[in-house]
Design a protein around this ligand. Sequence first.
Ligand SMILES: *Cc1c(COP(=O)(O)O)cnc(C)c1O
Length: 453
Amino acid sequence: MTSSLGTTSPNRREHARDRAVRAAVAQGLLSAAEPVVALLDTTGIRASAAALTSAFAAVTDAPVLHAFAVKAAPLVPVLRLLYEAGLGAEVASPGELALARAAGVPPSRTVLDSPAKTRDELRQALTLGIAVNADNFQELDRLDALVALVHGTTAVPAIGLRVNPQVGAGAIGALSTATATSKFGVALRDEGAREAVVQAYLDRPWLTRLHTHTGSQGVPLPLMAEGVGAAHALAEEINERAGRRQIDTLDIGGGLPVNFASDEDTPDYATYVRQLAATVPGLFDGRYALVTEFGRSLLAKHGTILARVEYTKTSGGRPIAVTHAGVQLATRTVYAPESWPLRILAYDAEGRPRRGEPPVVQDVAGPACFAGDLLATGRALPPLRPGDVVAVPDTGAYYFAHHYAYNSLPRPAVYGFTPTDEGGVAFSTVRRAQTVEQIVAESGGDRPDALSS
Ligand SMILES: *Cc1c(COP(=O)(O)O)cnc(C)c1O
């Protein structure tokens, strides 16, 4: 679908990005006063949403709710855009739920996960009619009381249990949800656990969903599909033991890995759907409604950080460009550079690509006051100069939307961009930059005497 539209092809992406960088500089979005901003490719986000929905629609007639994992890009206009594109929201905290509601995502298209839901959060979700996935048996015990409480007052709540099929780790330990000792869900292969899960369903006729989320960056597709297969097999077993189709919905999670090395969408949703169909025959036969919870793969490729180079220097013979983008925006990359390498693209002060010059091996540093604040080390790039612009693509998920307040550096503005009919670029403000006044106010500035005698 998307390839025929050509909307997510690497060439289109590069072209659109180049034009947006040029326009962001020309229109004064990026300036000496605002030396770092973030851009979102609105057309690209729409294309990814369409690629996701069409990949599943091509293989199943079952109802599928694609609940965007809000944590990947917690920005209200993004949630609204995705909702308008037919998606819902997966939320994991009161804040994320509030963002989804502010975006107008209705309860019927919202799913609450989280390993630490309080009683009040659970009660609110059930009262609103939001689907809930319990993480563990203690949470199911809490739900017993709450389900009785809301019984008859709202529509039948959609409640599931999250299981960890323990299929193993991917390449990044901290993001591997399905290891033997992961903190998420009921560990299905632990002694007695499977039987306990089956019994929990038999004891609770209102437990009608089953949830697993086994993918993430670094997890190969066959392993993800194996996790979904384990959940599907368990649902079949529970329904058989119950003598009815008690579980009517499988929530298969998100976690499609993203290619951070080029502008290609690899793997794409159609590839994952093929992998699922091959590994889990029956998943798409229409007997189960499906929920998905993709985050990173919907947004990552559509975000770009732009930062001005403030100074250049050499240290120990190594050229270093000091920019305004560092740990505050690319926290994972700075703290775990081996797991989270990002590309760096060089533009001149007018926002024109600096291509074709002999590259120089250099470091690209951020503005924070610690030595490790580096976006890239030993990277061959055109020789960067003060005033140049560096672009950091693939940062639309878990980067600039996840500000880290080191050095009280402000959250940058986020702008969505679309091409205009006249061949230009139109920007709209998704999030304003945080002001210095806001930083002070959010840092106890309204109570300077709090600790004085
Ligand atoms: C983080 C998370 C997701 C989304 O993962 P991505 O890697 O961003 O696709 C989905 N479901 C749950 C339960 C999560 O914790």
